[in-house]
Design a protein around this ligand. Structure first.
Ligand code: HEM
Length: 538
């Protein structure tokens, strides 16, 4: 027998399921003992030493001593909001996900974040932004854990610790705290040139969004939709803000960081409080699930590549409205645990080697961040679908499980015999033939092109936007003290675009190197507008 579904705090009203309002008539201890005085410790006389027997003092101080939990290893600083997602039903022919059927409303919780700064860092730094959405669907929780940039730094997740170590503050002095790039960052991206495309987006205005409300979101990886007949389609997710896409200029970002480091979280909370609910349309680019998983020469399993919308239009499938602020930052925004492996029937993963490593990493990190394996019981993480698992015990267990036989089938509890047809509605992994039979540590040759997408993005920008990119590279590389690293990054830029390279080299007072890889003048077509252009109406 499945237990009753428990509402997560993620209701559109934002009311926590186990709210402890500070409105009682009198104060108590954690055990409910009524207290007369919480301002004076128990002493031997009014000037004497404090007595160890003061159980209230010890409870109060001990609890305070343990108030902090580790911040996220990345994306430590964030702001969240509750909302609702309404599906158009336009994807129901390609996915059987119930929450994507026509006119289904699903409660959501969204957390926006910067990537590199600590919890107390400033909002308007130059950085990638996280855009994570938890859909509390009737079929289980689905998480879309994306970014505001459609490509990623690395192709294989095994390098994730390395890029993060290179981009976080230097280990000796913990400088810089803000995300202005520095020697180790440029060292990494000039040596691992697959990072050039993401870096180009960071150096563009996309790296300093005006507001969380004016950011696009991207699933980055290619995912797989499965419909009721079992037919599969490859998809890339896009969030399009109804507020439009807007950025700051660098000088504004700098001034705001100084004057109001909470600018983005304040902006989000204020807008929601004022009833100006921000909205995003969710859309997908769709691709045939072919054997090679290539589309127009782009390897769909390479997370450093995006597919221009001219080649695959984004098709709207639903709309999300954020309509309630969290009641308690710690309980909700800090304790929420997203995971790309939180899937529902109708949405599956692909063999993208970055995604595959993420599938391991999130659960693993949350076990230490949230103190053991039971964090799915924290109100913000509770599914809205009924839960009937065989997971037992462990740190911070909140449930009182009945029954004696948490295994199946069993003949003692009458619990869950295998029934014919019980897999109807269940998550079924898409069967896939594996092409390679050789164990090897290398990338496919289709991952080798590291420059054409950086070029595609740069050449799609308006002249003003290009100037901003040139200024950003010049400023940030100007903070890179090792000349050989600056020269190596210029060599990478030469392979992207000769004019960009020459302008940055001039700004740095260095000679512009020649391209070492062929840069086709006609590649890409200037007609290819940047991501975030117009978007077709379904
Ligand atoms: C957070 C690992 C790539 C988006 C995190 C966290 C870890 C992590 C350990 C902290 C989670 C927590 O404490 O709850 C990795 C690894 C990656 C990777 C190993 C590559 C192999 C990506 C990519 C994206 C992304 C490609 C975007 C598509 C995010 C976001 C968060 C996050 C948005 C913050 C979630 C939140 O708001 O709580 N990542 N990540 N990550 N990651 Fe990744």
């Amino acid at each position: 027998q499945a237990p009753e579904a428990v509402s997560p705090t993620g209701s559109p009203t934002g009311a926590p399921a186990t709210a402890r309002a500070q409105s009682g008539q009198y104060l108590t201890t954690a055990q409910g003992l009524r207290l007369g005085d919480t301002d004076h410790s128990l002493k031997a006389g009014s000037r004497g030493p404090i007595l160890l027997q003061d159980h209230h003092l010890r409870e109060k101080i001990t609890h305070f001593d343990h108030e902090r939990i580790p911040e996220r290893v990345v994306h430590a600083r964030g702001a969240g909001a509750h909302g609702v997602f309404r599906s158009y039903g336009t994807a129901s022919n390609i996915t059987r996900a119930g929450f994507l059927a026509k006119d289904v409303e699903t409660p959501v919780f969204v957390r926006f974040s910067t990537v590199l700064g600590s919890r107390g860092s400033a909002d308007t730094v130059r950085d990638t932004r996280g855009f994570s959405t938890k859909f509390y669907t009737d079929e289980g929780t689905y998480d879309l854990v994306g970014n505001n940039i459609p490509v990623f730094f690395i192709q294989d997740g095994i390098k994730f610790p390395d890029i993060v170590h290179a981009a976080k503050p230097h280990p000796d002095r913990e400088i810089p705290q803000a995300q202005s790039a520095h020697d180790t960052f440029w060292d990494f991206v000039s040596l691992h040139t697959e990072a050039q495309a993401h870096t180009m987006w960071n150096m563009s205005d996309r790296g300093i969004p005006r507001s969380f409300r004016t950011m696009e979101g991207f699933g980055v990886h290619t995912f797989r939709f499965v419909n009721a007949e079992g037919r599969t389609t490859l998809v890339k997710f896009h969030w399009k803000p109804k507020q439009g896409v807007h950025s700051l200029v660098w000088e504004e970002a700098q001034i705001i960081n100084g004057m109001d480091p909470d600018f983005h979280r304040r902006d989000l909370a204020d807008a929601i409080e004022a009833g100006a609910f921000p909205e995003w349309e969710l859309g997908v680019q769709t691709f045939p699930d072919t054997e090679d998983q290539m589309f127009e020469g782009i390897d769909l399993l390479d997370p450093t590549k995006f597919v221009p919308e001219e080649l695959a239009p984004v098709q709207p499938i639903g709309i999300m409205t954020l309509n309630a602020n969290p009641t308690n930052y710690f309980a909700e925004t800090e304790q929420v645990a997203f995971h790309p492996g939180h899937l529902v029937p109708g949405i599956d993963v692909t063999n993208d080697p970055l995604l595959q490593v993420r599938l391991f990493s999130y659960l693993d990190t949350q076990i230490s961040r949230l103190g053991g394996p039971n964090f799915a019981q924290i109100p913000i993480n509770r599914p809205q679908a009924p839960v009937n698992d065989m997971l037992r015990d462990g740190m911070h267990q909140q449930a009182v499980h009945g029954g004696a036989a948490p295994y199946r089938p069993n003949s003692l509890d009458g619990g869950c015999p295998f029934l014919a047809g019980q897999d109807v509605g269940a998550f079924i992994d898409v069967p896939e033939e594996l092409a390679a039979s050789i164990k090897e540590r290398k990338n496919a040759a289709s991952f080798d092109d590291h420059f054409s997408q950086a070029r595609l993005f740069f050449r799609s920008l308006s002249p003003v936007e290009r100037d901003h990119v040139i200024q950003a590279y010049t400023f940030e590389l100007g903070k890179c003290y090792e000349k050989s690293i600056r020269e190596r990054q210029l060599a990478a830029l030469a392979n992207v675009d000769a004019e960009l390279c020459a302008a940055v080299a001039k700004g740095l007072g260095l000679p512009a190197p020649e391209a070492t890889e062929q840069v086709a003048d006609s590649d890409p077509s200037p007609a290819l507008s940047q991501i975030g252009g117009t978007w077709p109406v379904a």
